[in-house]
Design a protein around this ligand. Structure first.
Ligand SMILES: Nc1ncnc2c1ncn2[C@@H]1O[C@H](COP(=O)(O)OP(=O)(O)OP(=O)(O)O)[C@@H](O)[C@H]1O
Length: 235
């Protein structure tokens, strides 16, 4: 049986804005298993990024518990959260956040060398199809190539999980698809858990499990017994 890697237990998150309280998450429960590719789906404002920020140790809960690999990260102090973010989580965002004065290779090495179990930056850049572009600076790379560097940077850390927040949001249709194909292939090859946020329901069939979020609540958790390759999907 697959091991549970992530567990949200009755998680609420409230933001206070003057007299107003915004309930971004309202009793959220779900589990994610090792090696899964999971899509978190929902409209703008549904609470997707809030889930990801809590899962990545970048935001705290108002109540409830979050377990990653059996550890309650909701009980971590700032110091432990810093180590958790650095070692255990690989982040991929809509905008690539590369350091402009470092080459592709240096960007990947810079982020991963501090991690205990890191992989070889050169090899992973090869895996993401950038063998020829390692010594280029971000400004010399296309958006899709920069996102590949960002994915290599996250993977080279060899984290427990990869968190991707709208990773194709700034890319055109074809490039976005090739980045999703890379994530799908990586998930199969390295058996790493990937959690992908999107508002695009069309890509849900690529996931092992789809978590639908609506108004801060889980609307549905769907398991795809058969997953589809991104190449078979059009939108
Ligand atoms: N730091 C914050 N302060 C106040 N309200 C916030 C904050 N972050 C999120 N919210 C509110 O919480 C709710 C959920 O936001 P969240 O960013 O998680 O949604 P989302 O599903 O990721 O949306 P999008 O697809 O537009 O990014 C929204 O109503 C949002 O305005």
């Amino acid at each position: 049986m697959k091991k549970k890697l992530i567990e949200f237990e009755n998680v609420t998150k409230e933001y206070k804005m003057g007299d107003m309280t915004i309930k971004a998450l309202d009793g959220v429960d779900f589990s994610i298993y090792e090696g899964e590719l999971v899509v978190i789906l929902g409209a703008s404002g549904a609470g997707k990024s809030t889930i990801l920020n809590i899962l990545g140790g970048m935001d705290t809960v108002t109540s409830g518990e979050v377990f990653v690999n059996g550890n309650a990260i909701t009980k971590y102090d700032e110091k432990k959260l810093t180590v958790f973010r650095a070692e255990d989580v690989g982040f991929v965002f809509q905008f690539y956040n590369l350091i402009p004065n470092l080459t592709a290779l240096e960007n990947v090495e810079f982020a991963s060398e501090v991690c205990k179990n890191h992989l070889n930056a050169n090899e992973i850049l090869g895996e993401v199809g950038l063998d020829e572009r390692k010594d280029n600076f971000p400004s010399q790379l296309s958006g899709g190539e920069q996102q590949r560097v960002a994915i290599a940077r996250a993977v080279t850390k060899n984290p427990l999980l990869l968190l991707c927040d709208e990773p194709t949001g700034a890319l055109d249709y074809k490039t976005g698809k090739s980045v999703l194909k890379l994530l799908q292939d990586l998930n199969k090859e390295i058996q790493k858990c990937i959690v992908l946020i999107t508002h695009n329901a069309a890509i849900a069939p690529i996931a092992d499990r789809v978590i639908k979020v609506k108004s801060g609540k889980i609307e549905e958790v769907k398991t795809n017994d058969v997953t589809q390759s991104i190449e078979e999907i059009e939108w």
